[in-house]
Design a protein around this ligand. Structure first.
Ligand SMILES: [Cu+2]
Length: 153
């Protein structure tokens, strides 16, 4: 009897722990995702979106996965005093409660390195966002024209 009680309590603790761990990234909403068509596969593709944390705890975006590219990464473009811009891996992206992180041309972006196929205007691809609490979110990203500057182009 004592043994059974123990396992019920243990099971309860486990399920509470799991739901708490997923509360963070479960509160994340992605809006206005879009990508630009590519010329072939020799150069990396890029994708943009707004990542909104509607929860009460901070969440951290730690990685990306997609079958479109072997090496999807979040990059940050920055421009120095001379007006020269460059980009580098942005590392983990922390999103405070109620905050929105915007991925847009000239700033943070998804860089799709080693494209496995050309990105064709009018098609879409799925991109999985991976969070530090173990949560994952799959986003369908529409591919706009090669000259698109925003989600409506
Ligand atoms: Cu980049």
């Amino acid at each position: 009897m004592k043994q059974m009680l123990f396992s019920v309590v243990a099971g309860l603790a486990l399920s509470l722990g799991t739901s708490a761990a997923h509360a963070g990234s479960d509160a994340v909403v992605v809006e206005d995702a879009w990508a630009r068509a590519s010329i072939g596969t020799s150069r990396p593709g890029a994708a943009y979106m707004e990542i909104r944390n509607r929860g009460e705890e901070a969440v951290t975006l730690t990685g990306l996965a997609t079958d479109l590219a072997e090496m999807p990464e979040i990059h940050r473009t920055s421009t120095d005093d001379q007006g020269v811009s460059s980009m580098a891996p942005a590392g983990d992206i922390a999103i405070a409660p109620e905050a929105t992180v915007t991925l847009e041309p000239g700033g943070l972006h998804v860089m799709l390195m080693r494209l496995q196929r050309p990105m064709m205007e009018g098609e879409s691809f799925s991109l999985t966002l991976v969070f530090s609490d173990g949560g994952e979110m799959k986003v369908e990203v529409p591919i706009r024209s090669i000259s698109a500057r925003g989600p409506e182009d």
